[in-house]
Design a protein. Structure first.
Length: 94
């Protein structure tokens, strides 16, 4: 069992950022180490927490259970996030 504090959470965050940017987890880690990727914890106008990611001109928002890329329609993504299935984000294919 991993004993480092928040290891699983950080690993999940790196995976979500990689998915949002359509790249590998190693590319995300390298970009963080080189200072080419910025992340900030924010709250949107509806009070939902998200992580803003900026990498080489790409801006994405990573919400629990949803990813918004530049140009995405926030209302449609918000409906996916809270589908009512109780799974903490859409992905259930309802």
């Amino acid at each position: 069992m991993e004993s480092r504090e928040m290891f699983d959470e950080i690993n999940a965050l790196v995976g979500a950022v990689a998915k949002a940017l359509n790249t590998s987890e190693m590319d995300v880690i390298t970009a963080i180490e080189e200072g080419r990727l910025a992340m900030e914890l924010l709250t949107d106008e509806e009070g939902r927490n998200f992580i803003a990611v900026d990498h080489e001109g790409k801006a994405v928002r990573v919400y629990p259970g949803a990813i918004y890329r530049q140009g995405d329609e926030p209302e449609a993504a918000a409906e996916e996030e809270d589908c009512g299935s109780g799974h903490g984000g859409c992905g259930c294919g309802h």
